[in-house]
Design a protein around this ligand. Structure first.
Ligand SMILES: Cc1ncc(C[n+]2csc(CCOP(=O)(O)OP(=O)(O)O)c2C)c(N)n1
Ligand code: SF4
Length: 293
């Protein structure tokens, strides 16, 4: 937070010394610009903010931001981000990555992050392919899509990540686009302000291996102003509708896992972990954390 001596930060203040090495025109630039603006709007403290990513072109993002960053393993952004937040709930934690990282190798973590409701934001740069490894199909690729891994067309059905998020219990589900940075900035701000797990599918075309930019610009529509974001069935309808609906589809407030842990510790008098381990060891006749005799 800024003080009278430290004026509010501007988007450029969140740039690190490292220049993005993405291909010119890559959608990830628009997502990064939106994130800088959202951080400036929320006046986040870089020293108390952590961006966690997996592996992929999009997962390089933490290196380009002047906050703390953890470039983890392929598909593992969410468990690391949840661990960071649970270990220090005072931190602002944003997980980022691609559709391949999040919904292929990392897919097993997604429903649990959503249902546990740890207070983190998950921003997926969705280009419907694996960019870093040169354009193979991902779980969000279209059926019949031709790619180096599917020269005769993709035989699989794409995963609807928004419906997956709603069904898994995510309390904030939205879609934005890298080519609409104003709206994406606003979505990131709202997602970060949401107390609990928030998910944004950010359409972010890969101009090198799946250049959908012009096509997607034609397909996007905004969520209707009268859409009730508390209506889960209505949110599913929007998620399952063809095309790309941009905006907040669903929002629900419920206690976060971080809060529940805090309350559990407060109301459990015998919450001394060493005492608990000693009691457990005594019952089992084993020495936990102590060298075996
Ligand atoms: C365990 C493991 N398996 C596979 C890979 C190879 N790999 C690196 S990035 C990637 C997919 C990247 O796609 P996506 O997450 O959609 O990100 P993008 O590059 O499109 O931004 C894969 C399969 C890896 N690095 N580690
Ligand atoms: S390969 Fe695609 S996703 Fe990767 S930097 Fe280039 S345009 Fe972006």
């Amino acid at each position: 937070m800024s003080t009278a001596e430290t004026p509010k930060r501007k988007p450029n203040d969140f740039k690190s010394d490292l220049k993005p090495i993405w291909c010119p025109g890559c959608g990830d630039f628009g997502v990064l610009a939106s994130l800088y603006r959202a951080f400036a709007q929320l006046d986040v403290d870089p020293a108390r903010t952590v961006i966690v990513s997996g592996i992929g072109c999009s997962s390089r993002l933490p290196g380009f931001v002047s906050t703390y960053g953890v470039h983890t393993l392929h598909g593992r952004a969410l468990p690391v981000a949840m661990g960071v937040k649970l270990a220090n709930p005072e931190l602002t934690v944003v997980a980022v990555g691609g559709d391949g990282d999040g919904f292929a190798i990392g897919a097993g973590h997604f429903p649990h992050a959503a249902r546990r409701n740890v207070d983190i934001t998950y921003l997926v740069m969705d280009n419907e392919i694996y960019g870093l490894t040169k354009g193979q199909v991902s779980p969000t690729s279209l059926t019949e899509q031709k790619a180096p891994s599917t020269p005769w067309g993709n035989l699989e059905t794409p995963l609807n990540t928004l419906a997956f998020a709603i069904a898994s219990g995510a309390g904030f589900v939205a879609r934005g686009a890298s080519f609409n940075t104003k709206a994406l900035t606003e979505l990131i701000v709202q997602a970060m302000e949401h107390p609990g797990f928030s998910y944004i599918d950010a359409l972010s075309p890969c101009v090198m291996f799946n250049n959908t930019q012009d096509e997607w610009k034609e397909l996007v529509t905004d969520v209707a102003p009268d859409h009730d974001i508390a209506d889960k069935v209505g949110a599913f309808d929007l998620a399952l509708k063809g095309g790309f609906t941009l905006g907040i589809l669903y929002k629900e407030l419920r206690p976060t896992l971080d809060e529940k842990y805090r309350h559990l510790v407060e109301r459990t008098p015998d919450s001394d972990i060493d005492a608990m381990l000693d009691a457990f060891s005594a019952r089992k006749g084993v020495a936990i954390g102590k060298p075996l005799a």
